[in-house]
Design a protein around this ligand. Structure first.
Ligand SMILES: *[C@@H]1O[C@H](CO)[C@@H](O)[C@H](O)[C@H]1NC(C)=O
Ligand SMILES: *[C@@H]1O[C@H](CO)[C@@H](O)[C@H](O)[C@H]1NC(C)=O
Ligand SMILES: *[C@@H]1O[C@H](CO)[C@@H](O)[C@H](O)[C@H]1NC(C)=O
Ligand SMILES: *[C@@H]1O[C@H](CO)[C@@H](O)[C@H](O)[C@H]1NC(C)=O
Length: 386
């Protein structure tokens, strides 16, 4: 009897371990784009604080550079995994010089001049604040230098938009380097999120405690045990019911027509792909504190900010042109929160609720029909302001 009690968990563990080698590795951005007939150049950009970021480039008209920034725990892959109907391909076909950034900590930007992400906890001491304050300036200046123009257009999805707000608020001189920032599923205020997301946010402090216990600072990275397990369970068409319907749709909004079972395993291969625990905590603070403010260190705020509360980001300083595009079925970027953001920003040139009733948070990057429901708006706006 004792033997069985010991052996069964052992066999299960060995099974999980072996199966984690079984799934084939995802293709990288360059391989996917090249396979579609779009040659890619890869660059490294070093931030002021030593992070080494990967920038992908699909060359086009150098006078029209555009930078695409992914959302939380995501990567540049998000703008190519839909193949021919992906945004990066659509923009390349339209002649734009397409650049794709990768924020620190994801699968392409897990490098630093002196810190080792596998050993040094300091590597993971960042949130979306640093993605906006350090990563964006490094990438923007690099692109402007390479192309020789004074400003570029930008598209951000979800947190890929938040970081431009941080940039505009904390380094106002960068506002002039952005012609227009097209914000897909904008995330800033998170005061009206749905129950599933709120539940998750309330759970974050417990996750934090657990991570402290096991000494982890990286969150949902490709090589973590949790993500290996997730890729094994959710990486097949058969688990669509549990993983897409059960998890993804309840968090992001449901549109089964936009996310068919054949495509879901591709998403699972590429998403999620790592960020810091601190980033996730900061996002949950925005929701729970109902304020778009810097990281809340609790009793250490006085030391860090000379104030008992973290200072709010001054959205009045974000003078770049901003376009807000949101779907009414988005469970994360709720219309009420987007309206509040619109009221705080001084230069929103267009704010549009997409016509497609089911359009949700993830349709903007992975939706099967986004080239019909969304891209015409983006192209129209870029031709006006880009
Ligand atoms: C992508 O894969 C190709 C082919 O294996 C390799 O040459 C390239 O360095 C990879 N790029 C990245 C960013 O992983
Ligand atoms: C800290 O805040 C107080 C009160 O707001 C202010 O008087 C003081 O000058 C500040 N100190 C520093 C170092 O900024
Ligand atoms: C979405 O795209 C698929 C595949 O291209 C197509 O069959 C379907 O009719 C489209 N749905 C809508 C509502 O446009
Ligand atoms: C916003 O942009 C869309 C797409 O270009 C356009 O159809 C709409 O008329 C614009 N709205 C305003 C108020 O300019």
């Amino acid at each position: 009897m004792k033997h069985i009690i010991v052996t069964i968990p052992l066999i299960v563990m060995i099974g999980i371990y072996i199966s984690s080698f079984r799934h084939n590795k995802a293709m990288n951005f360059t391989q996917i784009a090249t396979g579609l007939g779009y040659p890619v150049q890869e660059y490294y950009v070093v931030t002021q604080d030593g992070y080494i970021l990967k920038l992908f480039h699909i060359p086009g008209d150098r006078s029209k550079p555009i930078l695409l920034m992914h959302g939380i725990i995501d990567s540049a892959d998000t703008f190519i995994i839909r193949g021919k109907t992906s945004l990066s391909v659509g923009l390349a076909d339209a002649g734009y010089d397409v650049w794709l950034g990768n924020s620190r900590g994801n699968r392409y930007s897990r490098r630093h001049l002196s810190l080792d992400p596998n050993i040094d906890k300091e590597f993971w001491d960042f949130s979306f604040h640093e993605l906006g304050y350090y990563d964006l300036p490094a990438m923007i200046d690099f692109i402007l230098d390479e192309t020789g123009v004074k400003s570029l257009s930008a598209v951000g999805h979800s947190q890929g938009n938040t970081i431009f707000l941080v940039l505009g608020a904390t380094r106002p001189e960068y506002n002039d380097k952005i012609k227009v920032m097209v914000s897909l599923s904008p995330v800033c205020y998170l005061s009206n999120i749905n129950n599933a997301v709120l539940y998750l946010m309330n759970f974050i402090p417990a996750i934090d405690q657990f991570y402290r216990l096991i000494g982890e600072e990286e969150f949902l990275g490709d090589d973590t045990a949790l993500i290996r397990l997730y890729r094994n369970i959710c990486g097949s068409k058969k688990s669509y019911g549990v993983c897409a319907n059960g998890i993804m749709f309840s968090l992001a909004g449901s549109d089964p027509d936009g996310m068919e079972p054949d495509f879901f395993p591709t998403v699972v291969k590429h998403y999620p792909t790592g960020t810091s625990k601190k980033n996730v905590i900061h996002v949950s603070q925005i929701g729970l504190r109902r304020s778009f403010a810097k990281f809340d260190y609790g009793c250490k705020n006085i030391e860090v900010y000379n104030s008992s509360k973290p200072p709010e980001y001054d959205l009045g300083k974000v003078s770049m042109k901003v376009v807000l595009l949101v779907g009414r079925n988005d469970e994360i970027s709720r219309l009420e929160d987007v309206r509040l953001l619109e009221s705080k920003l001084p230069n929103v040139v267009n704010s549009t609720i997409l016509k497609h009733e089911k359009f949700n948070h993830i349709d903007a990057v992975w939706g099967r029909n986004m080239s019909v429901y969304l891209f015409p708006y983006i192209f129209d706006i870029l031709s006006k302001y880009g």
